[in-house]
Ligand binder design. Structure first.
Ligand code: 5RP
Length: 262
């Protein structure tokens, strides 16, 4: 691996091999998602605890201060909306020149394995990896399920993650599921977990994050469970402790309660 690629990866994955990405890219197909109507305001108190932000170029340019930002993972796929015909029908929306101009540390795009647009999204991933390898930019593949949340089981997600890695993703973002070790064990590159719709309680989030970390995930790309929570900073700190400090679920709960009462 060349120096540039290694250096970019080292900026988003910390020295302990773990990472806590904060995704705020949801608007690219959902519009003004609840609590993300003004992304700059939502993330202002959270930014110091994030190892990287996952964001589109539009929000990056309009809402993120150039002098106060963690490393950037740029969301570069899109083209469909939540009210359109098919969420899976995506293209690459952002050129490699834009990624370089914006000085991003990585890029991310969705793949839709098993959908009508499987071939399209997987060949998009191949083309993006080809371009990004030329300039030393890591690609994070997002194993998206569109509106079919019930698809999230180890067999399906394991298939998606492995395919993403085979095509050249340097990191794969997927959902936590039962038997998560099967997903991680079949994927030769690091796996990070997304949250999906907000869990009912913070304990549910701590439990799945702790389970996923103990089964080999290297970290999180967790959005709604943090910034849609009533106490986003305590959530961020508690989850960060699970990711970076091997905190137990009980430790995380204690951190959450302590931070909440401040
Ligand atoms: C949405 C995404 C998000 O980055 C991903 O789903 C993580 O966010 P959340 O934890 O809210 O699901 O890819 O397009």
């Amino acid at each position: 691996m060349d120096w540039g690629m290694k250096n970019r990866l080292a900026q988003i994955i910390k020295g302990d091999g773990k990472c806590m990405f904060l995704p705020i890219d949801h608007g690219y197909f959902q519009g003004p998602t609840r609590m993300l109507e003004k992304p700059g305001e939502t993330i202002a108190p959270l930014i110091e605890f994030a190892d990287a932000l996952f964001v589109t170029r539009g929000v990056l340019r309009s809402c993120i201060d150039t002098r106060n930002t963690p490393p950037i993972i740029l969301r570069v796929s899109g083209g469909s909306s939540v009210i359109g015909q098919a969420l899976e029908n995506e293209t690459i929306t952002t050129s490699i020149e834009e990624c370089l101009r914006l000085n991003v540390q990585a890029v991310g795009m969705s793949i839709f394995v098993g959908s009508d647009y499987e071939f399209q999204s997987l060949s998009n991933l191949g083309k993006l990896v080809n371009e990004c390898e030329r300039y030393g930019i890591p690609v994070m593949a997002v194993t998206a399920v569109g509106k079919e949340l019930e698809k999230r089981d180890a067999r399906y997600l394991g298939l998606c993650c492995r395919i993403a890695a085979e095509i050249g993703a340097k990191v794969v973002k997927t959902y936590w599921c039962e038997d998560f070790d099967k997903v991680v064990d079949g994927c030769p590159v690091p796996v990070v977990m997304a949250g999906g719709p907000k869990c009912e309680t913070e304990l549910d989030a701590f439990n799945f994050v702790h389970d996923g970390m103990s089964k080999g995930a290297i970290g999180l790309n967790l959005g709604r469970n943090i910034w849609q929570h009533q106490y986003p900073v305590p959530m961020m700190k508690a989850l960060r402790a699970i990711v970076h400090d091997d905190a137990s679920v009980a430790d995380a709960r204690e951190i959450f309660e302590t931070e909440k009462s401040k």
